[in-house]
Design a protein around this ligand. Structure first.
Ligand code: COA
Length: 309
């Protein structure tokens, strides 16, 4: 029988091991080593009360991780429970475990004052039906922007910013009209996570915050661990943004990265990034309060009227 309960700190180690195994169907996935898992616990999921753990007749059956994020919509401030990863033990799939986890998460989130659930998933994978079947709405479809480093040769123009000062140097972001904008977790990435390299740079009114994530890529029958550089946040324009980005990317390359990516939700887009070859991503939301439901409805209509280029 399926049982679902809040995840506790004692579940963390098993959850980490299971999620790595349960995602191994994919060509590549984040390597949830202990450092990465702890970093995410302290930043993305730090209100751990929203993450849930499922058992089936006492056996580990699945989990959903979720953490609160600030969201703005049309001048309103809302709270989302950002969902992911959701993973179910292959032994217990297609028995309604994920559906049960999402339903419980929705109940927990609503009673904890959350307005909406939100998540992102790559378009090429087959499980989207899970989200539409559980009442999520597609609010945005986009391609992350990527940059190849190639022969990047740059001096260090920009100054590193002490990570805890990122929010102080960053101006408030400009939300895209009609979009549900989630505030990037920005400086929260910088707390308590010595194992995830994170660096912020700032120069003449422009700034870039990058985080390096270890990814396991399937190569033949084994997996290779490579670094992936995510631009978590950026602000500024023109030459200043170009130079500060070049410095950040040079730093990432020194750590073994060969390219970088950023989401359109990131404020500014430096030159040199393009969507060429990037997989499409779906962003889904589901309202759990009256304000959240109304914002999701409106954002869905906006996205259908103005699809991403
Ligand atoms: C995706 C995943 C979480 C689904 O878990 P699950 O417990 O098997 O899902 P459920 O039984 O609750 O499925 C509910 C509905 O979702 C849809 N669904 C679930 N898995 C699906 C799949 N692989 N392909 C297509 N539809 C799927 C179906 O509509 C299903 O209803 P049905 O069985 O009545 O047709 C599980 O396959 C998994 O852990 N995969 C690896 C990790 C992953 O991909 N996570 C999601 C991305 S973050």
């Amino acid at each position: 029988m399926l049982q679902i309960r809040p995840m506790t700190p004692d579940d963390a180690e098993s959850a980490r091991t299971f999620v790595n195994g349960w995602f191994s169907v994919y060509r590549d996935h984040l390597d949830y080593d202990s450092g990465v898992w702890n970093a995410l616990r302290h930043s993305l999921w730090r209100h751990g009360d929203l993450s849930l753990w499922a058992t089936w007749d006492g056996q580990p059956a699945g989990m959903v991780m979720a953490g609160r994020r600030a969201v703005t919509f049309d001048g309103q401030r809302l709270v989302s429970a950002h969902v992911g990863p959701v993973a179910v033990n292959p032994f217990f799939r297609r028995k309604g475990v994920a559906r049960g986890l999402i339903r419980s998460l929705q109940d927990h989130a609503a009673s904890a004052g959350v307005d909406l659930l939100s998540l992102m998933a790559q378009e090429i994978y087959p499980f989207h039906k899970l989200y539409t079947a559980t009442g999520f709405r597609l609010v945005e479809r986009f391609q992350p922007l990527g940059a190849q480093f190639g022969d990047l040769q740059v001096p260090d123009w920009a100054d590193p910013v002490p990570v805890d000062r990122w929010d102080a140097v960053r101006p408030a972001s400009q939300a895209r009209e009609g979009a549900l904008t989630e505030q990037p977790p920005a400086s929260r990435f910088l707390e308590g996570n010595p194992d995830v390299p994170v660096k912020a740079f700032h120069w003449k009114g422009a700034g870039v915050l990058v985080a390096l994530w270890p990814v396991l890529v399937r190569v033949g029958s084994t997996r290779e661990r490579v670094w992936s550089c995510q631009v978590v946040d950026a602000f500024g324009t023109g030459q200043a943004l170009g130079l500060v980005t070049a410095t950040a990317l040079a730093w990432a390359r020194r750590h073994g990265c060969e390219g970088a990516y950023l989401m359109p939700t990131v404020g500014s887009v430096p030159d040199g990034f393009s969507t060429e070859g990037a997989p499409w991503v779906h962003r889904y939301c589901k309202g759990v309060s009256a304000a959240g439901t109304s914002a999701v409805e409106q954002a869905t209509r906006y996205d259908q009227a103005c699809p991403a280029p």
